[in-house]
Design a protein around this ligand. Structure first.
Ligand SMILES: [Zn+2]
Ligand SMILES: [Zn+2]
Length: 278
């Protein structure tokens, strides 16, 4: 894995063919000094934006990319730091570009995303009510068999994407089965991006046993409780897993925890504005 030496001044949607992750942000939902934990995946001429929060469009613009250039989306769950930018994308697509953006989405999550979030700002834009399919082209992932938990798969050009369900919210449940829709993202069977999740060692350990990931990007909250995995909880993972785990989705005061994370044996903190190439 190669990490860019400096934050990228101009983000591009193609590269020479290596799998690359660009962190638009690495902050928690309430961070003020960090952008939101959204990631742009690029491989050759293929690209995919994983999550599009309220600040995503502006953050990409400041890195030289207009959101309208992003054609492919995958949404991990319905918190605003992951979906707050989608209304701009869908309305810009319909009324300016006159071209639908594409979303990798299951029928079950499409219903949740449309009915509970996106519908309000877009349904009554024209003389007839609009639906999700008027605004988005769908790429349907298939359900995989024989996985430790519900997992979907899609191929976007050369990028293989697997989406295991996760245990994010509410905080009262003990299984992904009882949670609102949320998923992690596995890229080319090499990189795991948990997106937001509570501490759920079975997720990380069972998929790492199967794929032996190069790197795991993991949600990291700086206190224990609520709907995220905390640094203290993550510190109980096996040393071999921590050595390849990069922490993300952290709060503004993350620098106060650098020594603790180093002592616990984590690989690094994700760097906002940087790219990770595999
Ligand atoms: Zn979040
Ligand atoms: Zn969340």
């Amino acid at each position: 894995m190669k990490v860019s030496a400096k934050p990228l001044k101009k983000v591009k949607l193609s590269n020479s063919g290596a799998l690359s992750l660009y962190f638009v942000g690495c902050g928690s939902a309430f961070a003020k000094t960090l952008n939101q934990n959204n990631v742009l995946i690029v491989k050759g001429t293929d690209h995919l934006l994983v999550d599009c929060g309220t600040k995503c469009s502006q953050a990409l613009f400041e890195a030289g990319l207009h959101i309208s250039q992003v054609k492919n989306y995958l949404i991990t769950h319905s918190h605003a730091d992951h979906i707050g930018g989608l209304e701009e994308v869908q309305l810009f697509g319909r009324y300016v570009l006159q071209q639908k953006p594409r979303m990798i989405i299951t029928p079950a999550y499409e219903k949740v995303l449309w009915e509970q979030s996106l519908r309000g700002g877009s349904e009554l834009s024209e003389s007839r009510p609009l639906g999700f399919g008027d605004l988005w082209e769908r790429l349907r992932p298939g359900k995989l068999k024989g996985y430790p938990r519900e997992t979907f798969e899609a191929n976007l050009g050369s990028i293989n994407i697997k989406m295991p369900r996760t245990m994010h919210f509410p905080d009262s449940t003990n299984s992904w089965r009882d949670c609102a829709w949320s998923c992690a993202v596995i890229l080319d069977d090499r990189v795991m991006f948990t997106s937001d999740t509570r501490f759920d060692p079975e997720l990380v350990l069972s998929y790492d046993e199967r794929f032996d990931f190069d790197i795991i990007f993991h949600d990291c909250q700086l206190f224990t409780g609520g709907v995220h995995a905390s640094l203290d909880e993550l510190s109980t993972l096996p040393a071999a897993v921590k050595r390849k785990t990069i922490l993300m989705h952290y709060g503004d005061n993350w620098q106060d925890f650098r020594d603790q994370a180093r002592a616990a044996g984590f690989k690094a903190w994700a760097k906002e504005g940087h790219s990770y190439t595999f």
